[in-house]
Ligand binder design. Structure first.
Ligand code: ARG
Length: 464
């Protein structure tokens, strides 16, 4: 940078005597990650040019030259024929440098009037995340559909249900699989209401105090497709709630993927044997020839850690930050871009993993009643005959103890021997009866599961 001049690729310089040191340039430069914002910055530049025209700050000829220049710039960015130079400080500086090259300084040099990188970068990031949220929605819907396909196939097949990783009560395999759809439906709904809060334009807020050139933020917001414009110009340039909230949703999706991944790992063990992994979504071992490992599920579990880390990075950066813009805010981008890239890797791989799993309902079903999983049915049978549950629990508990001592299953026991009140209680010890009895909404009866799954399909269609 020559003394007292704006350096190439920067947007400032007049009041400086010497250019920044090399170490400062290296620290400051953000083009290696913020170039992702380039198409949005150009689009936003076009809306800003229109605002300048409306305010009478551009004549028609200059406006149309600016527009043609911005269109050329958009094409060069899209084709990759223009990329930032090492001397460019950030995406905004690089694009203005090129715009001036294309249109000349008398045209391109006018676009910065009334705007600041502070309102620009906040606008660009909102526009990008709003787009990304749409593609995430598509990925999440695809995963839910894969889960629903499997759940529907097995909606009536019995399987053990667990608490504390111990056999608890019988459920159906479709119920087990369907339980994974609900968290992702909530994520879809989180993304939908996040959109409403995020569709607010910061353009026109300038550096922090608004603009003094008569530019109408409401019209610019509408031009850019935002639902609303900012309420407070200081808040507009410093608010990154939309980034933190997006990252929370990403982390929550990561946690849901992780719990699904963990279950797939468990189901694929020799001990469980509930599922067979497809070759396409598993990997082998460099030493053990027999191995087929659930790496997609493990990576989903592992990568949830970095999604949580991305959220924590941004929250930590925001905590205690003075108002309004501070350069710390530049650190919002890498975590959010990392979260997006991570989800774009994991979601399709998990959808493929789920879609290609072969469930083995016979294997899952064979152990449904093991571990005395029908003991609650025994207690409920007594309750239906008028016994207080507190007492029924104890009687059924004694039956479990007797069965354990004799090394038998509950239904192999002479129940009346344990307690005469249990005479005839064998009829309670049926997996099918236990399932059918739970035919309320959200229950595990095959009919209730079928209803649950069709409601989930309908909810998904609303997001699709
Ligand atoms: N590269 C900056 C960022 O990502 C753009 C805004 C710079 N604003 C400033 N006042 N230095 O936040």
């Amino acid at each position: 940078m020559a003394e007292g001049r704006t350096g190439e690729g920067s947007l400032w310089g007049g009041r400086f005597e010497v250019p920044p040191a090399e170490a400062m340039v290296e620290l400051s430069r953000s083009t290696h990650f913020d170039w992702t914002l380039a198409p949005y910055d150009v689009a936003q530049g076009k809306a800003h040019a229109a605002a300048l025209l409306r305010a009478g700050l551009l004549d028609d000829a200059t406006y149309s030259a600016l527009n043609v220049g911005l269109d050329t710039l958009a094409e060069e960015v899209a084709s990759g024929s223009f990329i930032p130079a090492p001397t460019d400080e950030d995406v905004h500086g690089a694009l203005e440098r090129r715009l001036v090259e294309i249109t000349g300084e008398d045209v391109g040099g006018r676009l910065r009037a009334g705007r600041s990188r502070n309102d620009q970068v906040a606008t660009d990031l909102r526009l990008l995340l709003l787009d990304v949220a749409l593609s995430l929605r598509v990925e999440l819907v695809a995963l839910c559909e894969a889960l629903l396909d499997q759940a529907e196939r097995h909606h009536a097949d019995p399987a053990p249900g667990f608490t504390h990783l111990q056999h608890a009560q019988p459920v159906t395999l479709g119920h087990e699989i369907g339980k994974h759809v609900q968290p992702f439906l909530r994520d879809l709904s989180r993304l939908a209401d996040w959109r409403t809060r995020t569709s607010v334009s910061p353009m026109g807020a300038g550096a922090l105090a608004g603009n003094g050139l008569g530019l109408d933020p409401v019209a610019t917001a509408a031009d850019l497709g935002f639902a609303d414009s900012f309420a407070n110009s200081i808040d507009a340039v410093t608010d990154r709630d939309f980034v933190a909230e997006f990252l929370f949703i990403a982390a929550m999706i990561g946690v849901h993927l992780s719990r699904l991944g963990e279950e797939i790992c468990l189901w694929a063990t020799t001990e469980f044997g509930w599922v067979k992994l497809h070759d396409e979504f598993s990997t082998g071992s460099s030493i053990m020839p027999q191995k087929k490992n659930p790496d997609s599920a493990e990576l989903a579990r592992g990568k949830s850690g970095r999604l949580i880390g991305d959220l924590v990075s941004v929250l930590t950066m925001l905590k205690g930050l003075p108002f309004a813009y501070n350069r710390d805010l530049q650190e919002d981008k890498e975590p959010v871009f990392d979260a997006i890239a991570t989800l774009r890797l994991v979601l399709p791989a998990m959808t493929g993993t789920v879609a290609t799993l072969t469930f083995r309902p016979g294997v899952a079903g064979a152990t449904t009643a093991d571990g005395h999983a029908l003991a609650t049915e025994l207690a409920d049978w007594l309750v239906r005959r008028g016994m207080p549950f507190r007492q029924a629990h104890e009687v059924a508990g004694r039956a479990v103890k007797a069965a354990d001592e004799a090394g038998l299953a509950l239904w192999e026991l002479d129940l009346a021997d344990v307690d005469p009140v249990l005479d005839g209680a064998h009829e309670a010890l049926s997996v099918d009866a236990a399932l059918v009895a739970r035919d309320h909404p959200g229950g595990t009866a095959p009919s209730a599961v079928a209803e649950q799954l069709s409601q989930a399909r309908a909810a998904l269609a609303d997001f699709g």
